[in-house]
Design a protein around this ligand. Structure first.
Ligand SMILES: [Zn+2]
Length: 409
């Protein structure tokens, strides 16, 4: 009995991301059944009868094949944009001036609250498509521009719909604790109570894969985040945290103390916090897009992360204010150029470590038997090219669960 393949790819240079490096297998083949990888090995070992029994057969001619990229930190569901603020800043206006006239995140909250679910979907799905077109097959999407239950729910529902309609994996993070809602003025303690009250209804509706928070002196303090995380953990929800982006708020240590999946940004994280992250297995998600757009000068402590054994992921951080970046591959390039990651570190950061940051390591981020058949065939021969080329679209064919995505924008 010859097994029927959904997909058989032969003659590829496969970077499996297995073990500690890129796990490259030359002239390799990969067979898929029912959305999973069932065989991977040398093309010379491919049984001729497999070819005859493949629904889709691809001769890769030496092209590079990798796991689908995983964008593990985005805010891509929102209405409107803030290109005029970008322009104003270039003309010399400060963030404070822009915020004082109703701009900044408050404006995205206003625009998102005013958008219907359909309008929000239409505004956002193109951003997801842009990521997929250059090799992304899993996207994390946060709420956090509603700051009240109805709009937070609408954002999370739109995120789910994007995954369903594009045929890719979407993981949601509830980021009610993004900033204090305008209705609460300066009473951020009362607002955290309101965020905690949103957890159960949204979790009951299956809309929360993880709970996120913004730890910063302009946002929420460690005691406030501790209350939120304690409530989230009581509901069995995984955690993550925007930590130590603009100042050291002991966010890395807080995330580790709660066994968070990830702590993200980390430009100002201290050594004890990083050591605690390494012990807890909390992934450091690096976001060079925001660092670039804000013209920050302190990069995250990469050398300390390496020395302490903190796993590093890289993400786009797509958002309307600080990282209007629609390419994970460009984020990988920035992680190399601005933060000094090696291409191997950056690529592991967009695959295997990103999967860990989303709690998906058992299914995604590597190519091995039993893993999801999320695959990208590239217009490239070597893995380093994926970090080297700036711009353009290198992904030739993208598969999610063994099904080829239609990438026409
Ligand atoms: Zn973010």
């Amino acid at each position: 009995m010859i097994p029927r393949s959904q997909l058989l790819i032969v003659g590829a240079r496969i970077a499996t991301m297995a073990d500690a490096g890129l796990g490259v297998i030359e002239d390799a083949a990969l067979r898929v059944e029912a959305g999973k990888i069932v065989w991977i090995g040398a093309s010379s070992k491919v049984d001729d009868r497999w070819r005859a029994h493949a629904d889709q057969l691809i001769e890769a001619d030496g092209a590079l094949l990798t796991p689908g990229l995983i964008d593990c930190h985005t805010h891509l569901v929102f209405a409107g944009h803030r290109a005029d603020e970008f322009e104003a800043r270039l003309l010399g206006q400060s963030y404070a001036q822009i915020a004082a006239t109703g701009g900044g995140i408050k404006r995205s909250v206003r625009d998102t609250r005013a958008a219907s679910e359909q309008a929000l979907y239409e505004a956002s799905v193109g951003r997801a498509r842009a990521l997929l077109a250059d090799g992304v097959t899993t996207i994390e999407i946060k709420s956090g521009y509603g700051l009240e239950l109805a709009t937070e729910r609408r954002m999370l529902r739109v995120a789910r719909r994007i995954g369903a309609e594009l045929g890719v994996c979407v993981r949601t993070s509830f980021l009610g604790a993004h900033t204090t809602a305008p209705e609460f003025a300066a009473d951020s303690d009362a607002y955290i109570d309101a965020v905690i009250a949103m957890l159960a209804p949204l979790a009951d509706e299956g809309l929360i894969d993880a709970v996120d928070g913004y730890g910063e002196h302009l946002a929420f303090s460690p005691p406030q985040l501790t209350r939120l995380f304690t409530a989230a953990r009581a509901l069995g929800l995984p955690l993550r945290l925007h930590a130590d982006q603009l100042s050291d708020q002991y966010g890395a240590a807080l995330a580790a103390r709660f066994d968070a999946l990830s702590a993200d940004h980390l430009e100002y994280a201290n050594d004890e916090g990083l050591a605690a992250m390494a012990r807890a297995g909390t992934v450091a998600v690096l976001l060079p897009g925001a660092y670039y757009a804000l013209k920050e000068t302190q990069p995250p402590p990469i050398a300390r992360m390496r020395a302490l054994g903190v796993r590093m992921a890289v993400a786009s951080d797509v958002n309307p204010g600080t990282s209007p970046l629609l390419s994970l591959r460009l984020a990988l390039n920035m992680a190399c150029v601005l933060f000094g990651l090696s291409p191997t570190e950056a690529l592991r950061g967009g695959t295997v470590h990103a999967a860990q940051a989303l709690g998906l390591a058992a299914r995604k981020g590597q190519l091995s038997v039993g893993m999801d058949a999320d695959l990208v065939l590239w217009r490239a021969q070597t893995p380093a090219e994926l970090c080297y080329w700036i711009g353009g679209t290198l992904a030739a064919r993208v598969f999610a669960g063994g099904r080829e995505l239609q990438l026409a924008a």
